[in-house]
Design a protein around this ligand. Structure first.
Ligand code: MN
Ligand code: MN
Length: 408
């Protein structure tokens, strides 16, 4: 694979200045990281070989990498996990990954019956179901209700300020990803129903609802946040009851991406683009990308917004070119987060033996990109050749339509 070739070439360059290692290499000894964090000839001293093995592009970067580039990778595996009896959650925000100023993400697991308490927040919430089944609820500013069930691969969007809840269903609850259009979002400081009522005088609550104060004697003293409880009633029954007097929102906040046909299918994989055109309620656009082994998400950039990435499964690498001669490659796997500033060009390559599934998320209603292929294909061939010395034939043969995934 090109990655291995590139890394070997970097290693060979290093070996060229290392007499002992060179001698070892000349004797045909395989010089490589071992499994026990012990010294080896290329990396003397103790090494974190488990981390090295996950990050080959950092151990021996491609020769094309250069300079200090703002870190654009973080893993949920390193994030603090808040554990409750109904599930757990952890977040990657600009506090964990300083480059991620315009978006933040949350992973959450709810057991069957586990509830993420009724709450709201200032930023919009975009969600991707990773596993299992969930019941979601919301109420809009007209008092209309939304109650729906989602499964693996489905999306939802709760606009900023709209109150909502999530509950894990059978047989084994759910796990999902949330993305917010605010890098400083904090999942641990949202507006919670119990927290609010606990901080409102009981006589005011009584007056507000026209009931005795004793109605609120059992409001929890601590916020619930995530808690285990009984499963909800049947969907149709809850939808009907919640819609009484004001009617229901007609599916507005949910998008069943699990049943959506791919936007493009290529030899290198497939992509589903979900922006305002497909999902009118969303002001957070996304591309759900599946790359087959060796497949490449072509060289491109986004002129309109930063990109927040979540790697669902598989292995890949991404190089981001930061201009000024600087470029950096990171390796990614399921549970990792990547972030690319607006207009910085990048590619993603599947370096594993299984499909690579990842999400590109944008804090805008529309999806936009420009690829190297599109750019060069629609620029005078002579002009391109005068820059790159590739010959004009190279330019003439580039696919005249956007590729997105290669091979096409
Ligand atoms: Mn929320
Ligand atoms: Mn991109």
């Amino acid at each position: 694979m090109s990655e291995d070739h590139s890394r070997l070439s970097t290693r060979r360059k290093f070996l060229g200045v290392s007499g002992a290692a060179l001698a070892a290499a000349a004797m045909g000894q395989q010089v490589r990281s071992d499994d026990h964090g012990q010294p080896n000839e290329e990396q003397p001293g103790e090494n974190n070989t488990a981390l090295d093995a996950e990050n080959p592009s950092s151990v021996w970067s491609p020769e094309t990498d250069n300079g200090t580039v703002e870190p654009f990778k973080y893993s949920f595996a390193l994030a603090h996990k808040r554990i409750e009896n109904g599930g757990w959650t952890r977040q990657v925000t600009e506090r964990e990954l300083p480059i991620s100023k315009t978006m933040a993400g949350v992973e959450m697991r709810l057991v069957s019956g586990g509830v993420r308490e009724l709450h709201w927040h200032t930023s919009a919430e975009w969600a991707y179901m990773i596993y299992g089944n969930a019941r979601i609820t919301a109420v809009d500013t007209a008092g209309r209700s939304f109650v729906n069930d989602v499964t693996k691969g489905d999306l939802w969007l709760f606009p900023g300020g709209i109150p909502h809840s999530i509950q894990g269903l059978g047989p084994d609850g759910c796990k999902f990803l949330l993305v917010f259009n605010d890098g400083s979002f904090n999942e641990f400081e949202t507006f919670l129903l119990t927290d609010w009522f606990k901080h409102t005088p009981k006589e005011v609550l009584a007056k507000n609802f026209g009931v005795p104060e004793s109605t609120f004697d059992n409001v929890p003293k601590r916020e619930l946040f995530i808690f285990a409880t009984d499963l909800p009633r049947p969907l149709a029954e809850e939808q009907k009851a919640a819609a009484e007097g004001t009617s229901a929102i007609d599916g507005e906040y949910v998008f069943k991406a699990s049943t959506m046909a791919p936007t493009k299918v290529r030899a290198g994989g497939e992509v589903r683009i979900v922006d305002k055109k497909a999902f009118p309620a969303t002001d957070i656009a996304a591309a759900i990308v599946r790359l087959t082994p060796g497949g490449l998400r072509e060289l491109h950039w986004h002129p309109h917004a930063d990109e927040w990435q979540y790697y669902v499964s598989g292995k890949g690498r991404m190089t981001v070119f930061q201009a000024g001669g600087k470029a950096r490659t990171f390796d990614f796997q399921g549970g990792d987060v990547g972030y690319i500033k607006m207009s910085r060009p990048h590619y993603i390559e599947n370096t594993g033996i299984e499909d690579l599934l990842f999400l590109e998320v944008f804090p805008t209603g529309t999806y936009q990109d420009i690829s190297a292929g599109e750019w060069l294909a629609h620029t005078p061939a002579r002009l391109v050749d005068q820059h790159l010395k590739t010959g004009e034939e190279f330019v003439e043969k580039i696919n005249k339509k956007e590729a997105i995934l290669t091979p096409v």
